[in-house]
Write a protein that binds this ligand. Structure first.
Ligand code: TEU
Ligand code: CA
Length: 554
């Protein structure tokens, strides 16, 4: 594996709408990101991924772009963006934008022109089919519920949207569409962007000709996954995109890739892969169900471990995955992966440590470094996210009571991650002086940045230690590039692995509230990280306390 500039970095995801509001309109903005750059630098962050802030109707919170060359006024101006890139650069930091090109917004001019002249140039930018009474072009269910087909306004045609109806799919088979995408990427890279996170990219290749699949729910529709499983040849698009854009700039690209086959991993993230890296979603997928969130379950510590190790084995030293415990589409990692009732500073640090020390690039989602938790929703009216609203309906249709439906969607709601960042214990958690666009989590008095920054025992200080270890010249080679070898894999509620480079580190987490003893083969040199202030060592044995996490140098 050829070493690249981004291998050693630590990345942080910002959801701009909920990060920091500087003008009191209740919506986070780019000036807010600029103001908090020093906060991130102090934490040790190098790469910042911004969820979309392009011009957008925000039907899917910016994942529906109406102008790829503009900033939405709610987030600021292009001048703010330029300043952000420059200020980041001053601090040796890189900005990534979100590349959302499976679809655009129905308010994009391409789509408007397609409506005006569906048989003209822009009609071919989308998947359009003639409308037939009582019959849909295919029986696909969009990710956000209902048919993936919608009437093309003012015409006798329908258009495809695998996500929301305000997110028409772009036709990647059309070379003109691809040219437009590459032009846009290069325009941004010319501005000095570090690269992109690439949204929902697996969806750009459809199985052609479009056709029906076996219905998989009562609604008679079929999940998009069934179509994707059959689609062939996405590599041609992705390779072309790499060569025409990222490669020329040595830019960093991280793909939102879901259903890759093991033999395709070198194509995706090997040397000269389509992307620099891709996210590991094994943990987020585990426990899932095609029926809907109401049928999903929490995963156990042993399953969590199996997912992480499964990915590590699959990737080996082919390349670098990007490791996460949460993002803007997922509930908070600490609420999801720590058994109910056990969420506390020790367990939060353990989970953070186990994930952070995996081989790959660590991505921290805003507030994760504070141990931010899921929200307690009291009513469905408090929910903003389109996906959660759909899943609530799915749960009701499946026979759940309103209370049960609220409970299941609360567990998985994307809004858990989208509540405002908790900066202080003051009004609105210090996020805004106005009315926050989404309710602040009521636990902000207990969980906030201000109270953690100078507390050496805080979750944030613990993340700082993990980051500092990754950057420590003595350990960097091992923490970044060292091989990962699972150990005591079959031991229940214990997750442990070696990282072997020019040194050997043992990373171990007691993933339960009961103590648990491990026995080392030989001695160890020192304890590099500990989420407790001591370790109960006797001879070669260590009695790990409730959710204790250690990194030992062997
Ligand atoms: O997500 C793509 C995706 O496949 C899912 O994570 C999906 O959002 C989720 O299952 C719905 O609950 C990306 C973005 O991360 C997401 O925020 C966008 O909504 C989506 O693409 C469409 O752009
Ligand atoms: Ca604002």
């Amino acid at each position: 594996m050829t070493k690249k500039w981004w291998n050693e970095k630590v990345a942080y995801q910002i959801y701009p709408k909920s990060f920091y509001d500087t003008n009191g309109d209740g919506i986070g903005d780019l000036r807010g990101v600029i103001e908090k750059l020093d906060y991130l630098k102090d934490l040790g962050i190098d790469i910042i991924w911004l969820s979309p802030c392009y011009r957008s109707p925000l039907a899917d919170q910016g994942y529906d772009i109406s102008d790829y060359y503009d900033i939405d006024p709610r987030f600021g101006t292009m001048a703010d963006m330029d300043e952000l890139i420059a200020e980041a650069k001053k601090r040796d930091m890189y900005i990534l934008m979100d590349l959302v090109v499976n679809h655009c917004s129905d308010e994009h001019e391409w789509f408007k022109k397609a409506c005006q002249d569906p048989d003209g140039k822009y009609g071919n930018f989308f998947y359009l089919r003639d409308k037939k009474e009582g019959e849909l072009p295919t029986n696909w269910r969009s990710y956000f519920g209902g048919s993936a087909w919608e009437d093309l306004p003012g015409t006798n045609k329908q258009y495809l949207h695998v996500f929301h109806k305000k997110q028409p799919d772009l036709n990647w088979e059309n070379p003109e569409v691809r040219e437009e995408v590459y032009k846009n990427i290069n325009w941004w890279l010319d501005k000095g962007l570090g690269g992109f996170r690439i949204d929902a990219i697996i969806n750009i290749k459809k199985a052609l000709p479009l056709h029906d699949y076996e219905p998989d729910r009562e609604d008679g529709l079929s999940s998009i996954h069934n179509m994707l499983a059959e689609a062939q040849g996405i590599g041609e698009f992705l390779g072309e995109m790499r060569d025409r854009t990222f490669k020329k700039y040595d830019a960093f690209s991280v793909g939102e890739v879901f259903n890759e086959k093991p033999e395709e991993i070198p194509d995706f993230i090997g040397d000269n892969g389509y992307f620099s890296s891709m996210f590991d979603f094994a943990e987020t997928i585990c426990g899932g169900s095609e029926k809907g969130w109401y049928d999903c379950r929490q995963i156990t510590p042993d399953e969590y471990k199996a997912c992480c190790f499964g990915t590590q084995r699959k990737i080996g030293d082919i390349g670098f995955v990007s490791n996460i415990i949460e993002n803007h589409d997922e509930p908070r990692g600490v609420s999801r992966y720590i058994p109910e009732g056990d969420c506390c500073d020790a367990s939060k640090k353990m989970l953070g440590g186990l994930n952070f020390m995996l081989r790959g690039i660590p991505f921290i989602y805003q507030g994760q470094e504070l141990g931010m938790e899921n929200v307690k929703f009291e009513s469905i009216d408090q929910v903003d996210d389109i996906s959660t609203l759909d899943e609530y309906k799915v749960a009701l249709d499946a026979g759940c009571t309103q209370d049960e439906a609220l409970k299941v969607v609360s567990r998985f709601s994307r809004d858990n991650a989208r509540t405002p960042m908790q900066w202080t214990d003051g009004e609105n958690a210090g996020f805004t002086t106005g009315k926050p666009w989404l309710r602040v989590n009521e636990n902000y008095k207990k969980i906030n940045a201000e109270s953690q920054i100078n507390d050496p025992d805080s979750v944030r200080s613990f993340y700082k230690k993990l980051i500092a270890l990754r950057k420590n010249p003595e350990y960097k080679e091992t923490v970044v590039y060292g091989a990962l070898e699972p150990v005591w894999e079959e031991v229940h509620n214990l997750m442990a692995y070696y990282r072997k480079g020019d040194r050997t580190l043992l990373v171990v987490g007691n993933y339960q509230k009961e103590p648990q003893t491990i026995e080392l083969a030989g001695g160890y040199k020192k304890i590099l990280i500990n989420n407790y202030d001591h370790a109960a060592v006797s001879g070669n044995k260590i009695e790990l306390q409730r959710y204790q996490f250690l990194v030992l140098e062997m």
